[in-house]
Design a protein around this ligand. Structure first.
Ligand SMILES: Nc1ncnc2c1ncn2[C@@H]1O[C@H](COP(=O)(O)OP(=O)(O)O)[C@@H](O)[C@H]1O
Ligand SMILES: [Mg+2]
Length: 474
């Protein structure tokens, strides 16, 4: 019988509240039986797990990775450099005795390039192959091995650029490979809380939990962003890290991916993209800023999209409804990196309300996207804008039901803030589940049929206080 969590608490291991039962059951499933007599072994293991849990944030993607490995020969984790792919692969793989190879290592890469078939045929049955974007030929080489030994091999691949955008690559392992997207840390992961926002959003009662007003700490969260390494750094030390980060990207990944001549333009383009976050992608405007042609700008953007540094949120679209604007919205991948490129501190962001509005929208979009990626049901995200000026920042779709989210960087909400959501309610009829305005306030407030104002902290709050829906406002 596994030791109950309370047993471990009795040993005063401070962070044991982070150890959920699942972690223990998992190890049980791996064959660890924890007999009551072998206290020292049990305690040792508990200490080790507690230690890990104390220093590492638990990733939302961990369960999906374990589930995928149970029945799929190849699992690819991809996401931006430094978001935690290797750490996650090692954490899951080490318990299961995976051998680790990284193509960031020049010797390993050279050996694999010289004889990819030989390299692959000598692989152990369980292996982690890190940074596979350096060696695209790996995908085709893995195919015969996976086909022959179908259920006895397991490979975890990681990649810092999006192989899905290179069709012939992922095609070669179609049906044999599952792809997991990893993001920089979400607020849920940072708070070591469980995601409940999306299920609450689509519930009938919609009793959102929250922790009240965020005030200045909101800008701090935005400026800090989600890269694990910067979490405990001071603002000054973060700056140094980001400078190095952009430099490495340009030197390593961009060179790998493209033959674009002027790499110097890239940091400037990234900065421009950061300033345009949460706006409709406007290629002409960007092209004129750089005195480059539209196709060239498009190539640059494709490149930084492939490195997971920016994303395009597609427009919500319906054939029946005219007057919808069909441009995607640009969202920068991480608000911390964006603020660093824009040289904007938390205090400055708090002062620049327009920029705060943009970055807050991107921050909320990121949080919802991260939680959606770990949600059991499929969630699709869009934005809505029409030619009459109605807008909804994020349209969340689960099955046939839709919820609209508007983001407001203010501590109060007015009737007018629901204009776009009302339009969405009209357009969708019975497929409209609810519309909420996320704002930095204290209360959940009803604003008419299926419309609520909800504090921003509900995105990640633990059950600190139940969000009692308080009196009618307006
Ligand atoms: N879950 C986590 N909790 C705390 N720190 C993490 C976590 N995942 C990664 N890190 C830290 O972030 C840095 C980058 O992680 P890494 O796994 O190397 O990223 P990637 O492989 O995506 O480039 C490392 O210093 C690592 O220790
Ligand atoms: Mg790595």
């Amino acid at each position: 019988m596994p030791y109950p969590i309370s047993y471990i608490s009795a040993h005063k291991i401070a962070p044991c509240k982070y150890l959920d039962k699942k972690a223990f059951q998992l190890d049980d499933a791996q064959g660890f039986i924890w007999p009551v007599k072998r206290v020292s072994f049990g305690r040792y293991l508990a200490l080790q797990l507690a230690d890990m849990a104390a220093t590492l944030y638990r990733r939302l993607a961990e369960d999906a990775l374990i589930a995928a490995l149970a029945d799929t020969p190849v699992v690819l984790i991809h996401g931006p450099r430094q978001c935690g792919k290797t750490t996650l692969a090692l954490q899951v793989g080490k318990r299961r005795r995976y051998r680790y190879y990284t193509f960031d290592d020049a010797a390993t890469l050279a050996a694999a390039r010289a004889d990819i078939t030989g390299f692959v045929s000598r692989l152990e049955k369980r292996a982690i192959l890190d940074e596979v974007q350096h060696i695209p030929e790996l995908f085709a080489a893995l195919k015969p091995i996976v086909d022959v030994t179908r259920n006895s091999v397991r490979f975890i691949l990681t990649g810092s650029s999006n192989v899905l955008l290179i069709p012939r690559l992922s095609d070669s392992l179609a049906g044999r490979m599952e792809i997991l997207r990893l993001y920089p840390l979400s607020q849920i992961e940072l708070e070591r809380a469980r995601p409940s926002f999306l299920s609450t959003l689509f519930s009938e009662a919609q009793s959102f939990r929250h922790s009240g007003v965020l005030g200045k700490s909101l800008a701090e969260r935005i400026v800090r962003g989600g890269y694990p390494v910067v979490q405990k750094r001071t603002a000054k030390r973060r700056e140094a890290w980001y400078a190095n980060y952009v430099e490495t990207l340009v030197q390593r990944d961009v060179r790998d991916l493209s033959h674009i001549g002027s790499l110097e333009a890239l940091p400037k383009l990234l900065t421009l993209a950061a300033s345009q976050t949460a706006r409709l992608a406007n290629l002409s405007e960007m092209a004129s800023e750089f005195e480059l042609s539209r196709p060239t700008i498009r190539n640059y953007l494709t490149l930084i999209e492939r490195l997971f540094l920016i994303e395009f949120l597609p427009p919500w679209f319906s054939n029946r409804i005219k007057r919808l604007i069909k441009s995607p919205k640009l969202h920068f991948g991480d608000t911390g990196l964006a603020c660093n490129l824009l040289r904007c501190s938390a205090a400055e962001l708090d002062d620049q309300r327009e920029l705060l509005g943009q970055l807050l929208e991107t921050f909320v979009f990121g949080e919802i996207e991260k939680q959606a990626s770990a949600h059991l049901e499929r969630i699709d995200l869009h934005h809505l804008r029409d030619k009459d000026g109605y807008e909804v920042d994020i349209v969340v779709q689960r099955g046939t039901r839709h919820a609209g989210i508007e983001v407001k960087a203010a501590s109060s909400v007015r009737e007018g803030d629901f204009r776009g959501l009302k339009r969405l309610r009209e357009l969708l009829g019975s497929r409209f589940h609810s519309g909420i305005v996320l704002y930095d306030g204290e209360h959940v407030l009803p604003f008419g049929e299926r419309l609520l104002a909800v504090p921003l902290s509900s995105l990640w709050a633990r059950a600190l206080r139940t969000a009692a829906t308080v009196g009618q406002s307006k």
